[in-house]
Design a protein around this ligand. Sequence first.
Ligand SMILES: [Fe+2]
Ligand SMILES: [Fe+2]
Length: 276
Amino acid sequence: MTVRLWVLSDLHLDVYPLDLDPPEHDVAVIAGDVSERLCRHVLPWLADLRARTGKPVVYVPGNHDWWKGKYQPQLAEARELAPAAGVDLLVEGEVAVHAGVRFVGATLWTDWGLCPDQRARAMSDGADRTTGMHDVRKIQNRRGPGSYSAFLPVVTAQLHRDQRRRVEAALAVPYAGPTVVVTHHAPHERSLRGGEWQTPLDAAYASDLSAVLEGPHAPTLWVHGHVHESRDYRVGGTRVLSNPRGYVEVTPGTRGQPEQRKPENPDFDAALVVEV
Ligand SMILES: [Fe+2]
Ligand SMILES: [Fe+2]
């Protein structure tokens, strides 16, 4: 029996709205960056999608979904809200099973080590509050009771280590059917813009998980987001797939001329369904 997965990511609904017309599918797989404000905006939107389609929604938060919030309290609140929303919230290597397919999900973040001898430079560039990753100032990290600080690369590197370990542990558990890993950040250099490492900050988008993709517990499919270009390629035994919408560049209309909209990723397919 094949199972139809509706694969989406990086909708960025807070940047520009989107009306989805759900295709025929069995499970929706959403690999993060739906909108900022996970609990206030994202989970209600996913609950509405779940109610409209009547189909399971497997969702992994992207970095943007955590924006404008404190990471740890937001995660705790989201875990409480997700069951009532009918959403499988996978954040750090949790497992959900639908229609005989096993889903393992994590935001994943990165280890900043895609180009190992540039790791220190990548983390320093990523931490720059002006030219680095906006996550540093858009997400707050709990240091202790009531005490929060910037969401620095050293924090995401630790999250990556923990989440990767849990994803690998979940994959090592024998399972008879297909397994799909869902992450926001990418598992391989080929997912980067241009298809290869070019600058130290590229290490904020992907880590090298070739050992997992080529290992004995490789999943059938790995869905990710974060890089706003579509991807569909194979490494080892795994098909790596992304279908990000990305941003929409809007030029305001002038007298007699309508607003112009230019999608960042022209290859985005709002009705992409793949079978496993
Ligand atoms: Fe994104
Ligand atoms: Fe992202």
